[in-house]
Design a protein around this ligand. Structure first.
Ligand code: PHE
Length: 453
């Protein structure tokens, strides 16, 4: 592969642009909506520790591997796997990995968009002053009434999908890059403000203790799987999103340093969200295990009762929508890039196709919260099933295969050259993590869940 090879879709204008886009992909509903509620459902501290370990030992090395694969081939994830397997003299079947990623992207976006729709609806609710002076019970009624309406959920889901496609259609440099430039810093500031509010409640200590004091007796095998799956989900790993962004990365950028920064930021944002939310949960007598509605049932209480809450409430949900948008565009980009490269479609056609499929799939999640809430497969609603299938199974399996491919299949001279680590030791550490630690950890967690261990 020559060093001058570029993607036909364009290239990021700088390292900073890639950092913004990849951080935009990583930071999203996963950090602010999902992390707090799964932490609440899985008992707090012990879950957080497992999640942090997974980010460090599995997530970071795999993120480096995935970026590297994309940059080396400069194509969509499916073609990347074909080209690189060919280069390494390996089996053609590796391209199924790319396919699984594209499928996972569709499935994740189908529910991601519905939840991002909730956040969009809450912008309007904040604007019209719905939270003003409301207590926990009133806020819960607002949430329950909202999700009970399929029509409302469909409306907001459609709007969010439309916004996603409008950005994606404009392509890498204009659409994706501009969209994330101002959003990340603003979201960060706002979260710090929410943490400051949480400090004023008398349950701050209790919230922080819940988050950081481990009680391993509360952690089940499935909890460990959820923590590991979330490490993949929150870092956008295992489905080609980071691979496709890596394919737009200029040659001279250090992958290692860039990845540390992205993973670090993502983790800090999640922890800040937790620190902001749990004190409010306890101060309002709410259940930490309230499920997917957790942030929608807690943060509005804060906005309804703090000074400037009207303004901050609007701002917060606007930021959340933008954080979700900068993630959703990366969920669909692998499919769009594939349709453009392999099916000779224009970017517009590719967007219409993939957007429509995802939009339709979204109905399953919408109905999970109302008309089909009693309809269960394997004891799970459609939303829960999609979430489990993608975050807990497809992404870890995808990540496992990426680790095996980068560690065992690719030639050492290629990975060494492409990663361009600051020193030999860091390359060795990466190599051990990607060859042994990450694949073994994923495998052991799976064994643990099926009850073998
Ligand atoms: N990382 C995103 C989030 O935390 C979700 C995502 C998953 C995006 C997989 C792309 C790929 O919200």
């Amino acid at each position: 592969m020559t060093d001058t090879k570029k993607s036909i879709h364009g290239e990021w204008s700088s390292r900073f642009a890639f950092i913004l886009a990849a951080t935009g992909s990583a930071v999203g509903l996963g950090n602010i909506w999902k992390f707090p509620y799964i932490t609440g459902e899985n008992g707090g501290g012990a879950f957080v520790i497992v999640y942090l370990l997974c980010v460090l030992l599995i997530g970071i090395p795999i993120m480096m591997a995935e970026t590297m694969l994309g940059r080396r081939s400069r194509q969509n994830p499916i073609n990347t796997m074909i080209t690189l397997a060919d280069e390494a003299g390996a089996d053609k079947n590796w391209h199924y990995l790319g396919w699984m990623g594209v499928a996972a992207g569709f499935l994740i976006l189908s529910y991601y968009s519905v939840i991002a729709g909730w956040a969009s609806a809450y912008v309007l609710k904040a604007f019209t002053g719905s939270f003003f002076g409301a207590d926990a019970t009133a806020i819960k009624v607002i949430f329950d009434d909202f999700v009970a309406s399929p029509v409302k959920l469909l409306f907001w889901h459609s709007l969010f999908m439309l916004a996603t496609m409008l950005i994606v259609v404009r392509g890498v440099n204009t659409g994706l890059e501009k969209a994330v430039r101002f959003l990340m810093p603003s979201l960060f500031v706002l979260l710090i403000l929410m943490v400051a509010y949480a400090m004023t409640t008398d349950s701050y200590d209790q919230g922080v203790k819940f988050l950081f004091t481990p009680d391993f007796s509360k952690l089940t095998a499935n909890g460990v799987l959820t923590a590991m799956g979330h490490a993949f989900f929150t870092l956008s790993l295992g489905m080609g999103a980071i691979m496709v962004y890596g394919s737009y990365l200029p040659k001279d950028v250090s992958i290692a340093k860039t990845v540390y920064l992205i993973a670090g930021t993502d983790t800090v944002v999640a922890l800040l969200a937790g620190i902001a939310i749990f004190p409010i949960v306890f101060a309002s007598g709410l259940e930490p295990a309230a499920g997917p509605g957790l942030i929608f049932q807690t943060l509005p209480i804060a906005f309804g009762n703090m000074t400037g809450g009207w303004f901050f409430g609007i701002l917060f949900f606007v930021m959340l929508v933008f954080a979700a948008l900068s993630s959703s565009i990366s969920l669909i980009e692998p499919a769009v890039a594939w349709l453009v490269e392999n099916k000779d479609m224009s970017r517009e056609q590719a967007c219409i196709w993939s957007g429509s499929v995802t939009w339709l799939l979204g109905f399953g999640t919408i109905f999970s919260f109302n008309v089909w809430s009693e309809f269960k497969i394997f004891d799970r609603t459609i939303f829960q099933l999609l979430d489990y299938l993608t975050a807990n199974l497809m992404l870890p399996i995808g990540g496992f295969c990426i680790a095996v491919f980068a560690g065992w299949i690719m030639k050492q001279q290629h990975t060494e050259h492409e990663l361009d680590m600051p020193n030999a030791l860091s390359y060795q550490v990466w190599k051990i993590l990607i060859c042994y630690v990450a694949p073994a950890a994923v495998f052991l967690v799976f064994l643990h869940v099926v009850g073998v261990l």
